[in-house]
Structure formats: structure tokens, C-alpha cells
Design a protein around this ligand. Structure first.
Ligand SMILES: Cc1cc2nc3c(=O)[nH]c(=O)nc-3n(C[C@H](O)[C@H](O)[C@H](O)COP(=O)(O)OP(=O)(O)OC[C@H]3O[C@@H](n4cnc5c(N)ncnc54)[C@H](O)[C@@H]3O)c2cc1C
Length: 424
């Protein structure tokens, strides 16, 4: 980091931002009891959409031009941090709908696509999902087997995606496929991205059952069999799908990290309360040094994760600002941004690096905090009725999705050494 970056780390928030965050706080409180009820019954929380729609949270970082609130990434992350306190299920709904959903369209769709699809999603009429992972392509999306064929006015998609968040209810998807080689029917071509609307025929969805946690949102397996996608629904340029997917993951990781900060905060709040009320061996648990050690570690995790996330959010905002200015000035912006724009590559790499570091760190810290909280609660923490137990189950997923933490470790390592050292 140079001194110039420090001057851009302004965490001041305006009255408007504060008012919005207070509404997020009220909405989160409103969801609390019902979220617990749904979690215990493993039922989708059907109040998330209306409650967040009311306060504009379904389009928090989306431009007002498309019905969003037009907030910056720091405000969005602060909102996700607060929502994360209510559980990673609720926050994951928003990560899927907004971070790897709407923001992908806002970043890469053409004007007609944005006008057609984004307002539906900011008003909650459509829920959007991101379908990249396949049975044989998880950490390595380049090995995907889903294929597309180009016909006169449409594409035909064949393949299978899995673990798609919001996939059971989404009526809009972004998905990714390789061009089918016409001779041997394999998909060898470069990956392209597509917007799949509910009108597109040929998709079967199946809910993924028996998940370990994240019980109030649903993940789906999607089977595409001769799914017809109109040509106008190609997202970005043909062959640029992988760049689009990777840029979506920058936002996805940032959202996971922000939510993880909320998880740590809630674990700490719950644990402090418990330690101040539970007596054993004639003394409050809070008086025991070993309990204080657990709490101190959580405090350190909270502070360190929080500032890392805020810095990543501010850097992501710089990238947004740069891209928007560039788009206004260049008709051919997608081509030029990707190929030769050194300034873009530098800001993008920094946003990518910080979002990977913050996701890696905050997700590990949140699982550790939840684990310590369960320990402080003892047997009272070993039931899903306990908030800390739910955080324990849910935060396990954050170490796997949006780039498993091993892969992020390798990414952070090679970003430090140089791409010639890339080990994954
Ligand atoms: C709750 C949940 C929600 C999800 N939501 C979505 C979604 O909305 N959309 C979507 O497309 N996907 C989603 N996913 C899928 C998720 O992104 C993948 O699970 C993740 O990318 C890892 O892929 P995988 O599960 O196939 O594991 P694999 O890639 O098979 O990896 C297995 C293990 O090996 C490690 N590993 C892999 N490669 C290397 C390497 N080179 N060196 C060292 N270790 C390595 C991994 O870190 C991991 O620990 C979700 C997953 C979960 C669990």
C-alpha cells in the first residue's frame, strides 16, 4: 500500500448512509425470530424478500437508474455485516441475489439487458442466481463440461450445474458454458456467459437436501437439456465468460467476508452475555481466565477482519469508479478494459487480492469464533436453538464457497510471488 491509498481510506459515512443502515438494523431485528423458526424447520425464509424489498436492500449497490439505491461498496458491506449477525443464511441470500447476481449484470450486461432485467430484481419481482459450479468443475471452472451451440438466432445449452444458491426460486440466472466442438461434440471452446430467463425452456431444478447448515435458503442442482437461450442474452462478449465469472467472485468474496464480520460480532455478543450470567464453581464464567482468552481471541478476530473488509470495500469502490468513467468514454469498453488497460488491471488486481484476503481471513475467523462460542456455552451451545450453534454450522460453508480457502491461499501466494508461480 502506498500513502496515496491511505488518503483514500475514508470510512466516514453520511447521514443518508447512516439512515439506511439503521433501516437495515430494524429489518434485521424484524427477521430474527422468524429466521430461527424457519431454521429449526429447515424451511425457506419467505420473509427475507419482502422485508429487504421494503428498505431497498434488494438493490443496495445497484444504480438508481435500474431501481437500486446506488450505494457504494462500503455501505453495502456495512449492511451485510449487520445482516450477517442474523445468520449466514440470510446474508447468503443477498450474496447470491446481489453480489454474484445483480452486480454481474450491472458490470457486464449491455444497456438493453440491464433495462430489461435489473429493475425486476431490485423490486424483488425476480430473484437472480449464479450457476457456475458443476459436478466435475468446482475450484477449477476451466474444466466445466456444460456446452453451448450457436444457431441462427439462439444458443442451445446442455449440461449440469450444482449448488446454485437461490436456485430453487430464481427466475433469472447467469450461467457459463463452453462452445461445443462440432466434430466430436466436446466443449473445447472458450467459456461464454449467458443470461437465462424463466421463459427459457429446458431447465430442470432439484433442491439439494440434507445440507449441514444455511437451512433457510435453498441450493439447487440444475439440469440444462437443449435449453434455448435467445442470442440477445449472451452476457458480455463471446469467449469472455471466465473473466465475467472471476469478476463476480471478487464481489461474492467481499460479501462473504462482510457477513463473516457480523457472525463474529454476534458470537461475541452472545458469548459475553452468557459469560456474565452463567455461574460455575461459585463464580461467573466471565471471571475465568480461560473464558476470557476465548473472548479476547474473538475481539481480535472482529477488529482485524472488520478493517480488512472495509479496506477491500473501498478498493472495490475505486475499481467501480474507474470502470464507470472508462465506460462513459469508450464504446468498445469490454475489449479495451480486458486487453491493454494497465491502470484497470492494476486496480482490478488489488480489488481481487484484497477481497480474496478478507474472505479467507474473515471466514476462518468466523468459524473459529463460532467454535469458541459453542465451547463457552457448553451443552447449551450444542443445539440448533442456540444462535452460536447455527453460526457454527453456517460459517463452515463460508470456508468452501466463493473459492475454497485452500485455493485462495494459493491465489494470495502467487499474487505475492508473481503469476509464473501460480500453483493451482
Ligand atoms: C453452501 C454452498 C453454496 C454454494 N453456492 C454456489 C452458487 O451459488 N453458485 C455456484 O456456482 N456454486 C456454488 N457453490 C459451489 C462452490 O463454489 C464450490 O463448492 C467450491 O468452488 C469448491 O468446489 P468443490 O465443492 O467442487 O470442491 P473441489 O474443487 O473438488 O475441492 C475439494 C477440496 O480440494 C481443495 N482443492 C481444490 N483444488 C486445489 C488445489 N489446486 N490445491 C489444493 N487444494 C485444492 C479445495 O480447497 C477443497 O478443500 C456453493 C457451495 C456451497 C457448499
Amino acid at each position: 500500500m502506498c500513502y496515496h491509498d491511505l488518503s483514500e481510506m475514508n470510512f466516514n459515512i453520511s447521514r443518508r448512509q447512516k439512515n439506511f443502515l439503521m433501516r437495515v438494523d430494524d429489518a434485521s431485528k424484524l427477521l430474527r425470530d422468524y429466521e430461527e423458526e424457519c431454521y429449526l424447520n429447515e424451511r425457506i425464509n419467505d420473509r427475507i424478500i419482502p422485508v429487504f424489498k421494503n428498505i431497498g436492500m434488494l438493490g443496495c449497490p445497484i444504480s438508481t437508474k435500474y431501481g437500486g439505491m446506488g450505494y457504494d461498496f462500503l455501505t453495502y458491506c456495512l449492511a451485510l455485516e449487520r445482516i450477517g449477525e442474523e445468520g449466514s443464511s440470510v446474508r447468503t441470500f443477498l450474496s447470491a441475489h446481489t453480489s454474484i447476481g445483480q452486480l454481474v449484470l450491472q458490470g457486464w450486461a449491455n444497456e438493453a439487458q440491464k433495462r430489461e432485467y435489473l429493475p425486476r430484481t431490485t423490486r424483488g419481482r425476480s430473484i437472480i442466481a449464479f450457476a457456475l459450479t458443476e459436478p466435475n468443475a468446482g475450484s477449477d471452472p476451466t474444466s466445466m463440461e456444460m456446452v453451448f451451440e450457436e444457431k441462427s438466432d439462439h444458443y442451445i445449452l446442455n449440461g449440469r450445474k450444482q449448488w446454485v444458491g437461490n436456485g430453487t426460486i430464481a427466475d433469472l440466472l447467469t450461467t457459463y458454458a463452453k462452445e461445443r466442438n462440432s466434430k466430436d461434440l466436446r466443449g473445447d471452446g472458450k467459456i461464454s456467459a449467458f443470461i437465462v430467463d424463466k421463459d427459457c425452456q429446458g431447465i430442470k431444478r432439484k433442491e439439494i437436501k440434507n445440507k449441514l447448515g444455511l437451512l433457510t435458503i435453498k441450493n439447487a442442482e440444475l439440469v440444462f437439456r437443449n435449453c434455448i437461450v435467445p442470442k440477445k442474452n449472451l452476457l458480455g462478449m463471446k469467449g469472455h465468460g471466465l473473466s465475467i465469472a472471476y469478476s463476480a467472485l471478487i464481489d461474492g468474496r467481499l460479501s462473504v467476508a462482510a457477513g463473516a464480520v457480523g457472525v463474529i460480532k454476534d458470537c461475541l455478543t452472545e458469548s459475553i452475555f452468557y459469560a456474565k450470567h452463567r455461574t460455575q464453581h461459585g463464580e461467573l464464567l466471565g471471571k475465568k481466565q480461560l473464558i476470557q482468552e476465548h473472548l479476547a481471541k474473538m475481539v481480535v478476530s472482529l477488529e482485524s477482519s472488520r478493517w480488512l473488509v472495509y479496506r477491500a470495500a473501498i478498493t472495490r469502490q475505486r475499481l467501480q469508479h474507474y470502470v464507470e468513467t472508462f465506460k462513459r468514454e469508450n464504446i468498445d469498453w469490454q475489449m479495451k478494459l480486458n486487453r491493454s488497460n494497465e491502470k484497470y488491471i492494476q486496480i482490478r488486481n488489488e480489488a481481487d487480492r484484497l477481497s480474496a484476503i478478507s474472505k479467507f481471513y474473515a471466514s476462518n475467523c468466523s468459524f473459529d469464533a463460532a467454535n469458541r462460542s459453542v465451547q463457552i456455552f457448553g451443552s447449551s451451545g450444542y443445539t440448533k436453538k442456540s444462535r452460536v450453534a447455527r453460526h457454527f454450522l453456517d460459517s463452515r460453508a463460508t470456508m468452501i464457497y466463493e473459492g475454497a480457502n485452500e485455493v485462495l491461499t494459493l491465489k494470495i501466494g502467487s499474487q505475492s510471488l508473481g503469476q509464473e508461480f501460480r500453483a493451482y
